[in-house]
Write a protein that binds this ligand. Structure first.
Ligand code: FES
Ligand code: FES
Length: 158
């Protein structure tokens, strides 16, 4: 066992875990950020998508010892203070989720997309969201939600 210091959602946490423990396990089981989901465990589904220094990554295949305390990790719980990120509001407006299991990963991937490209075309949305799987098949509503969020963001800026 060893101690590791992680910066998650603007707070600093110290965890004592085995070397090789996945970041997903630390986030969910040790720190209680259960919004990030375990799907496949092999970087194939995207349910565990988080941000590391604003880049969307799959927490299930990241190992705790590879993080420095200066790296900023963000989970769905850190996306907004009151669940009112433009994407979270758009998700409700578009009634995007079905069972909900994949949706945190979808939103985190979409948030990274809008950071990089605030006004993406439908083709750009599809390309960026391509690897985040939804067994319920909510893809069309997810695209609609991203389009709503992008449009609301640009209206707010005008
Ligand atoms: S649980 Fe990480 S990609 Fe599926
Ligand atoms: S909403 Fe059920 S897996 Fe996506």
């Amino acid at each position: 066992m060893a101690n590791y210091t992680l910066q998650i959602n603007e707070n600093t946490y110290e965890v004592n875990v085995e070397k090789g423990t996945s970041l997903l396990w630390v986030i969910r089981e040790h720190l209680g950020f259960t919004g990030t989901k375990y799907g496949c465990g092999i970087a194939q589904c995207g349910a565990c998508t988080i941000h590391v220094d604003n880049e969307p990554l799959r927490a299930c295949v990241l190992q705790v010892e590879n993080f420095s305390s200066g790296q900023k990790i963000k989970t769905i719980e850190g996306l907004s203070e009151n669940g009112d990120h433009p994407l979270q509001k758009a998700w409700i407006e578009a009634q995007a989720p079905q069972c909900g299991y994949c949706q945190s990963g979808q939103i985190m991937q979409a948030a990274a997309l809008l950071e990089e490209n605030p006004n993406p075309s439908r083709a750009e949305i599809k390309a960026k969201m391509n690897g985040i799987l939804c067994r319920c098949g909510t893809y069309l509503r997810i695209i609609k939600a991203i389009e709503i969020a992008a449009s609301n963001q640009s209206t707010t800026k005008d």
